[in-house]
Design a protein around this ligand. Structure first.
Ligand code: MN
Length: 161
């Protein structure tokens, strides 16, 4: 169970992300107004932040930079989700300080895998964990999905803004 903060202005995407994360045993919390996101993150102390990029008021890129500069939150992994993937977007998002990037409409398989990877990496950075903490699960579907770019079998939901 991980605490995951979602910053997203689209109600359908919030529902989709929260349902997905809850189904994977996590505890999601959503913020719709990015001006409240930093305070919400300080209060919630998430293990992972998932942020939309196209947000009113404080853009996702600015929010990522603010989190990276925040003493309390600087080490929290960030996953960006965006409807637009113009040339150079991923580089800008990573340069701002996000570890991962998923484009909308999301593949639910890729979304869940990326969440798992970031949570695992976060643990790796911490104090030494038990080696058999998280056994590898042999999942043919997830292996198949890593090798191809196209939408996975579980593609779902969520037009951008
Ligand atoms: Mn948006």
């Amino acid at each position: 169970m991980a605490k995951i903060l979602i910053v997203e202005d689209n109600a359908l995407n919030i529902k989709l992300f929260c349902d997905l994360l809850a189904a994977h045993g996590h505890k999601p919390e959503a913020v719709t107004d990015s001006r409240n996101a930093l305070d919400a993150a300080r209060d919630f102390e998430p293990d992972l932040v998932i942020t939309d990029i196209q947000l009113p008021h404080v853009s996702g890129l600015d929010l990522i930079r603010l989190i990276r500069k925040d003493e309390q939150l600087a080490g929290v992994p960030i996953m960006a989700v965006t409807a637009y993937s113009a040339q150079g977007d991923e580089e800008r998002i990573r340069a701002a300080g996000a570890q991962a990037y998923v484009s909308k409409p999301i593949s639910v398989v890729r979304f869940a895998e990326t969440v798992d990877e970031l949570l695992k990496d976060g643990h790796d950075r911490g104090p030494p964990a038990k080696v058999d903490d998280e056994p590898e699960i042999d999942n043919p579907e997830s292996r198949a999905n890593q090798s191809e770019e196209g939408p996975g079998p579980g593609e779902a939901g969520g037009e951008g803004d």
